[in-house]
Design a protein around this ligand. Structure first.
Ligand code: PLP
Length: 421
C-alpha cells in the first residue's frame, strides 16, 4: 500500500521536481498553494498550465516588436514559424531542421497534409482510420473522402487498449493512400508503435499521417521514422489556449507534395506578388496566411521548457506518475475500473477510468478542487502533467475521489452533461 510518506519520498527523488516552479500555480500571485484544500489540476493534456515566463515574453513582443517595431518587425516575424518549428523538431519531435512548421490549428493542418498525401498517391482510393479516432480527425477524413471521391475504411480500435496492429495490417493493401492515426489515443492513452506502423503502411505504398496531439511533450517521439504528422501545442507543450499547431513533413517528401490551400505565405517569392502560385521550397510550402505571431511567441516559451527538461526525462516522469496513479486507484477506489493499458510502456501520460456515473463524479471532483475531464461514454480522464504534478498530488486527488464515492456525494450532481466537458 502506498502511503503519503512514500509519495513524498518519490517527490524528493524526482529529478524534475524543480520544473514546477517554472509554471504559474493556483496560490496568490501565481505561487503554488500546497495546502490540503489546494486545487489539483489533472487536465494538463487538455490545456497545459501557464509558464511563468510567458506573460513577459508576450509583453515584449507586444510592446517592443509590435508597439515600437510595427511593420519593421516582420523581418523577424517572417521566420518565426520555422524557427519555433525547428525548436520543436530538435527538442521534442526527433525531426531534422526544416521539417516542422508551426501553423494554423491541428484540424487545418490535418486537412492540408491529408489532401497533400492523397494527391501524392494518385490512383489510390482508400483512406484508413479508426472508429475511435478523435472527432476532428474522423470528420476531416470523411470530408476529404467526400471531396475526392474516396472510401474510408474505419478499422475497429478497442476503446481501452487501442488499435491492434494486426487489425490495422488486415486493412492495408495497395488501394490505401493515407492512414490517419493518433500516436496516443485521446481517451485511453493507448500508445502505438510509430516506426512499426509507418513501416507496415509503407510496405503497401501508403503514407501514415500521425496526430501527435496527446503524444507531444508526453512521450518520446521519433519522427525520423515517420512521413507526415500534426499536433497541438496547447496541451503538454503549454502554448496557451488556441495556440497554433505544428505540422511535420519528411524532408524527402516535401518537393513532391502540394497542399490544397494556396496562400501567399506558402508561395515561393511571396513579395513578388506574382500572378501565379508556385509553392515555396521546403516546409514553408505548407504555410497558408499571416501567422499568429503573439500566440507563436507563447509556444516558443512553453515548448522551450519541455525541450530544456529533456523529453526522455519528461516521458519517464509521465510513466512514473501514471504508474503511481494506477496503483493508487487500484488500492483506494476499487469501484472504478482502469480503462487504459496497465503497462506504462503502452500508454501516454494520461489514464482513464470507467464508472457508470462518470459525469457526476467529474462534477463532484471539480467542486472538490480536483480537475480531471469527462469523456464519453462513461470515463473520467486524469492527465497529470509531468512538469507540474507531484506524486503527493495524485495521492490526495485519489483520496478525494475515494471520499466522494464513499459518501455518494456525486449523486447530488445532474446526470445530464453540460456543453463543454
Ligand atoms: C486536442 C486534439 C485535437 C485538437 O484539434 P484543434 O484543431 O486544435 O481543435 C486534434 N486531434 C487530437 C487527437 C486531439 O487530441
Amino acid at each position: 500500500m502506498l502511503t503519503r510518506d512514500d509519495l513524498q519520498q518519490r517527490d524528493a527523488d524526482d529529478p524534475l521536481a524543480g520544473s514546477r516552479e517554472l509554471f504559474t500555480g493556483d496560490g496568490p500571485d501565481g505561487t503554488w498553494d500546497d495546502g490540503p484544500q489546494r486545487r489539483i489540476y489533472l487536465d494538463g493534456n487538455s490545456l497545459g498550465r501557464l509558464p511563468r515566463a510567458t506573460p513577459a515574453a508576450l509583453a515584449r513582443v507586444v510592446e517592443q516588436e509590435w508597439g515600437r517595431g510595427l511593420v519593421g518587425s516582420w523581418s523577424h516575424w517572417v521566420s518565426q514559424a520555422g524557427r519555433v518549428g525547428d525548436q520543436l523538431a530538435a527538442g521534442v519531435l526527433g525531426a531534422r531542421p526544416g521539417e516542422v512548421l508551426v501553423s494554423d490549428s491541428t484540424s487545418v493542418n490535418l486537412y492540408k497534409l491529408l489532401r497533400a498525401g492523397v494527391d501524392a498517391r494518385p490512383g489510390r482510393d482508400v483512406l484508413v482510420t479508426t472508429a475511435d479516432e478523435f472527432p476532428t480527425d474522423r470528420y476531416v477524413v470523411s470530408g476529404v473522402a467526400r471531396e475526392r471521391g474516396l472510401t474510408v475504411r474505419e478499422v475497429e480500435a478497442d476503446i481501452d487498449s487501442g488499435l491492434d496492429p494486426a487489425v490495422l495490417a488486415a486493412a492495408l493493401d495497395d488501394r490505401v493512400a493515407v492512414v490517419v492515426l493518433s500516436l496516443v489515443a485521446y481517451r485511453s492513452g493507448a500508445l502505438l508503435d510509430l516506426a512499426a506502423v509507418t513501416a507496415a503502411a509503407r510496405e503497401h505504398g501508403a503514407l501514415v499521417l500521425w496526430d501527435l496531439s496527446h503524444a507531444v511533450g508526453a512521450v518520446e517521439v521519433d519522427l525520423s521514422a515517420a512521413d507526415l504528422a500534426v499536433g497541438c501545442t496547447y496541451k503538454h507543450l503549454n502554448g496557451g489556449p488556441g495556440a497554433p499547431a505544428f505540422l511535420y513533413v519528411r524532408r524527402e517528401l516535401q518537393e513532391s507534395m502540394r497542399q490544397p490551400i494556396q496562400g501567399w505565405f506558402g508561395q515561393r517569392d511571396q513579395f513578388d506578388m506574382g500572378p501565379g502560385y508556385v509553392p515555396a521550397d521546403g516546409v514553408d510550402r505548407f504555410a497558408v496566411g499571416t501567422p499568429p505571431v503573439l500566440a507563436t511567441a507563447a509556444v516558443e516559451v512553453g515548448a522551450g521548457i519541455t525541450a530544456e527538461a529533456g523529453i526522455a526525462a519528461v516521458a519517464a516522469k509521465g510513466r512514473a506518475l501514471t504508474d503511481v496513479l494506477v496503483q493508487l486507484l487500484d488500492e483506494r477506489v476499487p469501484q472504478v475500473r482502469l480503462a487504459s493499458p496497465r503497462d506504462a510502456r503502452a500508454r501516454g501520460a494520461h489514464v482513464v477510468v470507467e464508472h457508470p456515473q462518470a459525469w457526476q463524479l467529474t462534477q463532484a471532483l471539480v467542486d472538490r478542487g480536483v480537475v480531471p475531464d469527462y469523456r464519453m461514454p462513461d470515463r473520467v480522464r486524469f492527465g497529470p502533467a509531468p512538469l507540474c504534478t507531484r506524486f503527493v498530488d495524485l495521492g490526495d486527488a485519489v483520496d478525494r475521489l475515494a471520499d466522494v464515492l464513499a459518501t455518494d456525494a456525486h449523486l447530488q450532481y445532474p446526470a445530464t452533461r453540460s456543453r463543454v466537458t
